[in-house]
Ligand binder design. Structure first.
Ligand code: TRP
Length: 366
């Protein structure tokens, strides 16, 4: 470095320190810095079907992970309500828009923050559907036929096996990849679907030279929430299996009271059934230590389920009260909610359009 350039550099730095450079304001640097930051951030996409109010399984399995990533500055988060994924099983058209908003309200109530996350409704970004059609060209029919969720639906509702049901994971892959998301906070029940998205990624990248990242599950401690009935997972479609985020203390107590139990002691702590469900809820809401105490009691003096259930109901309710308060705040201001959705859709659409254009070009679509 020669003397004159050093002098110039020093002078430049001097000016910067005194803040007198007229063309570069601090704000410019701030925006520029943020831009660079956003380019390096990892993306997150998650969604929940529009089945009305959320339950504890959604909250622990998905929403908690969504919150954790939203509050991590390394991530840029997109959270939607998957209303298009709700119409592949019988539904009430007059109710759908309301059901969709119920989920949005629960997101906001739980702390999904429009300042930090892009919140939107899936069907408002029609690019998802177009991309999913393009993706459907790289996944075989046989592959989708073998998905556990599809097979389950065929068994449970044989009269309602429509094309959209088969298409479910392809649309989900488009939901994720259109934002080039790396991380997907979802419960374990969604893993087979995520696997399809990863397969789409590999195929699209190798066939068309695209640069989709392979999305991965972001796991929370509650990635697997068992049903209150003691069998299967907590699910909106199984009556009596779930606790809603909007349930009051009395309702929670009544629901827990119905969880099937045993005589409260034995030489092996059950790993399935109602008792296992209760213990995993204790673990999640009262901590691992408390759960271990109950497990010890089971092997020795025995558990009094009535006491366990009362206490558990109270602790669950305590965690839900602030969520419920926040919900009623937003319920009273639906205009605000609508504004959040308009802004969210605008932002999401911008990213979605960019990705779709890239894929169309790579696939030779004019
Ligand atoms: N299939 C998810 C569910 O049933 C909802 C969903 C749709 C989703 N698209 C998604 C989840 C994309 C994560 C990412 O809850």
């Amino acid at each position: 470095m020669n003397k004159s350039s050093m002098a110039q550099g020093d002078e430049g730095e001097e000016r910067w320190h005194h803040g007198i450079n007229p063309s570069f304001q601090e704000a410019d640097f701030f925006i520029f810095g943020k831009l660079i930051n956003n380019m390096q951030k990892k993306r997150v996409l998650s969604g929940i079907r529009a089945t009305g109010r959320l339950h504890l399984g959604n909250y622990l399995g998905a929403v908690k992970g969504m919150l954790a990533l939203q509050n991590d500055p390394d991530y840029e988060t997109y959270y939607m309500v998957a209303d298009l994924h709700s119409i592949n099983t019988p539904y009430e058209p007059k109710e759908l828009a309301k059901q969709t908003r119920e989920v949005i309200l629960d997101y906001l109530a739980a702390g999904i923050d429009p300042q930090k996350s892009t919140i939107f409704i899936q069907s408002q970004i029609s690019e998802h559907v177009e991309l999913s059609y393009l993706f459907s060209t790289v996944i075989s029919v046989a592959r989708t036929f073998h998905l556990p969720t599809y097979k389950e639906k065929v068994k449970l509702q044989p009269e309602n096996v429509n094309m959209a049901l088969l298409y479910y994971p392809i649309l989900m892959a488009a939901d994720i990849l259109i934002y080039k998301a790396n991380a997907v906070p979802v419960g374990d029940d969604q893993l087979p679907h995520l696997e399809i998205a990863r397969e789409v990624t590999r195929k699209m990248n190798s066939k068309y030279g695209l640069d989709f990242p392979e999305p991965e599950q972001f796991k929370t401690k509650g990635h697997k929430i068992p049903s209150l009935l003691g069998e299967g997972k907590m699910s909106k479609s199984v009556e009596g299996s779930y606790i809603n985020l909007t349930d009051d203390l009395k309702t929670i107590k009544e629901k827990l009271a119905k969880v099937p139990t045993d005589e409260g002691k034995g030489d092996k702590v059950p790993t399935r059934g109602g008792v296992a469900t209760l213990l995993s809820l204790v673990d999640l809401f009262e901590g691992e230590k408390r759960k271990e105490e109950y497990e010890k009691a089971y092997l020795n003096s025995g558990i009094h389920y009535k006491d366990l259930k009362e206490k558990l109901a109270e602790v669950i309710h305590e965690e839900l009260v602030p969520i419920q308060k926040k919900r009623s705040f937003f319920e009273k201001d639906m205009n605000k909610v609508d504004r959040i959705l308009v802004e969210g859709a605008e932002k999401a659409r911008k990213t979605a359009k960019t990705t779709l254009a890239e894929v169309r070009k790579a696939m030779g679509i004019a």
